[in-house]
Design a protein around this ligand. Structure first.
Ligand SMILES: CC(C)(COP(=O)(O)OP(=O)(O)OC[C@H]1O[C@@H](n2cnc3c(N)ncnc32)[C@H](O)[C@@H]1OP(=O)(O)O)[C@@H](O)C(=O)NCCC(=O)NCCS
Length: 353
């Protein structure tokens, strides 16, 4: 895999797609304009911008000076349900809001559709902020029993610091209140100061520190002692998940794994009596959403056996595990098996009752 990473491949494969997206963006302007009769709420302002359709990505050009920090209240943005937009429109806007993001995470429409499905995003309760017929930003809300989740929040770089991010977040908090959930959660990349300040300002508090960790393809580095393993498949994977005792984040919670395709499992038994299981999603290029669990015995030894079996069976693909708690007892075994930390997130929560 040296020389061409999976990310580079996926970015390259999106180029023709992004070109199509810009065409969709152009043809959607009239549709978006027609939405303006259907407004939810009015907040603070914005200045003129134009969408340039000549390049692969729609580029926002300011027609006025960039904001100086002084609020201009002449033209409030309007919030429209995200469900009124196509996935192509939403993803084009989302990618624009993230062009300068701390960790690049471009999406395409297929991936956004999968994201909405896997993470129970409710597009009727999610919102797009409009100024005239132009999208300034968006924010989405995941909804599960007893909890909501703020995600995909982003404002176009030239439209920041005018209250739009706060307006969108307050809208999602209000929708969560209406749903009567006791708590709203989100996770933010450590060092994303604007987002951290916004969420703290609105009352969110830090609850967990989480890591995004990866392992490149390759056989496991060494033998780990005698063990036997089985690969019992999807039904058993879901049965295993009912026994988990960790405190998962939204991304790695059981409903996310249940919603995702290709979730499967393996389990190990060590000669010394240790037992455990791994549940993960197997895609063409990646093993994802890896959950390790020790039923009996030492988590370090059980973790080594699980990972040895996993990477012996899947030596040619990358592995990514998002939102691993920093104190996960299997992390030392994961490091021994070649996992490295990419970056950290902070999980935040806002109590609503
Ligand atoms: C985070 C983000 C959504 C904020 O949107 P925004 O419209 O610029 O924010 P607002 O103007 O509504 O600001 C509301 C509050 O957020 C905080 N804030 C926003 N930008 C800030 C900055 N650059 N530095 C420090 N605090 C900032 C402030 O507390 C601000 O309140 P104040 O104006 O009274 O000081 C925007 O910076 C963005 O899109 N960033 C890239 C994508 C991203 O990080 N998304 C969040 C992922 S979890």
């Amino acid at each position: 895999m040296k020389g061409t990473t999976v990310e580079e491949k996926s970015l390259r494969s999106q180029e023709p797609f992004l070109s199509r997206v810009s065409e969709a963006w152009a043809s959607s302007a009239v549709g978006i304009r027609s939405l303006l009769g259907d407004l939810w709420s009015i907040g603070t302002l914005g200045q003129g911008a134009a969408v340039n359709m000549t390049s692969n990505l729609p580029i926002v050009e300011t027609t006025a000076s960039p904001p100086t920090g002084t609020l201009n209240r002449s033209k409030p943005p309007r919030l429209v349900p995200a469900s009124r937009f196509t996935f192509d429109e939403l993803v084009a806007a989302y990618n624009q809001t993230r062009v300068d993001y701390i960790v690049p995470m471009p999406m395409n429409a297929a991936r956004l559709r999968e994201y909405v499905h896997d993470y129970d995003v409710d597009l009727d309760l999610s919102a797009v902020a409009l100024e005239d017929d132009r999208i300034l930003g968006l924010a989405m809300l995941g909804v599960r029993p007893g909890l909501t989740w703020v995600t995909r929040l982003g404002i176009l770089p030239v439209k920041r610091r005018r209250g739009t991010g706060q307006l969108l977040t307050e809208h999602l908090i209000a929708e969560s209140h209406r749903l009567n959930v006791p708590c709203i959660t989100l996770d933010v990349i450590k060092g994303n100061t604007p987002a951290e300040c916004l969420f703290h300002k609105l009352g969110f508090r830090n609850v967990h520190e989480l890591m995004v960790v990866r392992r490149p393809p390759g056989f496991p580095p060494h033998n780990v002692g005698p063990y036997t393993f089985q690969m019992p498949g999807t039904q058993q994977a879901l049965g295993f998940l009912r026994r988990r005792q960790d405190t998962p984040s939204w991304l790695t919670d059981t409903p996310s794994l249940r919603n995702a395709n290709h979730t499967t499992a393996l389990c190990v038994e060590l000669k010394n009596g240790g037992q455990g299981w791994a549940v993960y999603q197997e895609t063409t290029f990646q093993l994802r959403r890896l959950i390790l669990h020790t039923e009996t015995g030492d988590p370090h030894q059980v973790g080594l056996a699980l990972l040895h079996a996993l990477h012996t069976c899947h030596p040619t693909i990358d592995t990514i595990r998002e939102n691993l708690p920093v104190d996960d007892p299997h992390w030392p075994a994961m490091q021994e098996m070649g996992y490295i930390e990419s970056f950290r997130r902070t999980e935040m929560q806002l109590e609503l009752v």
